[in-house]
Design a binder for this molecule. Sequence first.
Ligand code: NDP
Ligand code: MG
Length: 385
Amino acid sequence: MQAKKGIAILGSTGSIGTQALEVLASYPKYFDLQVLTAGMNANLLIEQALKFQPNSVVITDESQYQKVKDALWSEDIHVYAGQEALCQVVESTEVHTVLTALVGYAGLKPTIHAIEAGKTIALANKETLVVAGELITQLAKEKGVNIYPVDSEHSAIFQCLVGEFHNPIEKIYLTASGGPFRGHTHEQLKSVTLEQALKHPNWSMGAKITIDSASLMNKGLEVIEAKWLFGLAPEQIDVIVHPQSIVHSLVQFEDGSMKAQMGLPDMKLPIQFALTYPARLKTDFPRFNFMDYPQLTFEQPDRNVFKNLDLAFQAMAAKGTAACALNAANEEAVAAFLDKRISFLEIAELNAQTMHALANTPNPIYEDYVRADAQARAYVQEILK
Ligand code: NDP
Ligand code: MG
């Protein structure tokens, strides 16, 4: 039998992290869980550690180190704390694949460490490629590291490309559900609430990506993610709204043929495929029934109302640190919206203001991204004072 694959899950207490653990629990013969990490949810991390018995756990919030350490004292599990520990645990020789399921810019540094250590990446943390796609893809190439997408749209494209890697892509279409405010006018968006924004029609996800989905920022981030994952030019990427979320995305080849990947919306499938590629393991996930979806519909996104989508295309065209600044502004703006400090429409306004105000550094190195991220956050905080 083949050796089990050692897995590290960064962000095991989140939406993707907990679903990844369900996948791992279904295939104990294939996976050997090595590392679990949490941000602040010590209780869930402890529960997961007791159940899955990893080699190491990290609680990023250092104030909770003692709590986790005490709870796991009788177990054969190493307990670490702090952001730096994330960078160390991914380097363990027992780890084969690192699933980056933490949210936001915090994913960048541990992903760099994992690639430098030659680990395969199962990438859920799209912000890593948005912020520093050039650096990450270059490093992965140098180290001969594969980055497998977890994001459902990118997994769909990847699945369409299996067996086609030598055929050039003419274009890809990323599908978007349109979120809870599809069809809303600018006027209607003025009064939407946090509670409404948190109600996604088709997917249950973490708070940040749920807000990003409502504002179409998520699709903007995914456009940039796709550029780096599949080596595309901006004009080769298009977005189409598909409210049923059954067609997960499409590839158009140079002969005009289009391939789509379909299925019920369930993140466990793309998570599993990223961990088992090229194999497909048998699942008992519910199957698609045509009669439940007699019509699959498609429409153009409303770019005049949902301004974030064009901001992402602009950042992608500008190159340099523009997308890093946009991402940082958006993380700050979404946090402020979740705190009920700003309105929904102010998210895109802050994003635009920040991206256009800050200087773009061409050909960035790592330190340029760190600086651009910090500057953009400070700029937003200054406006919010
Ligand atoms: P969640 O908010 O549900 O989970 C985030 C995870 O990251 C939690 O384990 C959290 O820990 C941890 N975390 C948060 N902040 C930090 C930090 N600063 N340092 C270290 N760990 C941290 O997010 P999701 O699971 O929804 O999303 C994770 C990533 O996957 C995002 O990049 C998202 O865009 C992407 N993604 C998610 C999808 C989904 O269906 N959810 C679909 C496609 C992509 P704790 O809770 O313990 O504080
Ligand atoms: Mg997605």
